[in-house]
Design a protein around this ligand. Sequence first.
Ligand code: G4P
Length: 194
Amino acid sequence: MNFIEERIVKDGIIKSGNVLKVDSFLNHQMDINLMEEIGREFKRRFSDVCVSKVMTIEASGIGIAAFVAKEFGVPLVFAKKSKSINVDGEMFVAEVESFTHKNKNQVIVSKKFLHEGEHILIIDDFLANGCALQGLISIAESAGAKVEGCGIVIEKGFQIGGRVIRNMGYRVESLAIIDAMDAEAGTIDFRAQD
Ligand code: G4P
């Protein structure tokens, strides 16, 4: 098991409905030493690509992506979730549906912070249905930027997001891929990775 898988086994809590709570170390309280390690691991995995900007979506992605951006020595820009339909022309906009929360958000990034020709590494905490990632990809591409890859801390391999994004031709590196989890038995099956 790698360091993320070990931490999930140690501190993750499996809830009914295939939800994994990792709020003691990843997306509510954050273990900063772990964040540093995550930053270094994504730098290692994407060492072969040119990255000019890291991109994520609020809220939980920001803390993690900050450590990745620090490793690459590049800025981080995060997409904001906006309820407003009146976003002006100075914004790139994508519609993101959350299956978990059963709502829709417009996500926006200012045109000031995303430009044609940039090389984007997208980072997020979870990949489930992939809606958030698709929204970020669409924003990056409407700016004329190139998505070099997506780095995910925990991919729920039994949901469709990973397959959809990879089938679209994007490189997705997930530190842990969960193929199955059982709330009653408290067991998690991780996909074997190189
Ligand atoms: P997606 O992010 O892949 O599109 O999938 P989905 O619409 O299903 O996820 C909606 C939200 O729920 C996302 O956060 C996602 O990170 C989170 N999520 C999905 N599965 C799990 C899980 O098993 N455990 C936890 N802890 N979160 C999960 P979000 O709405 O963008 O919220 P936030 O970043 O503001 O916290």
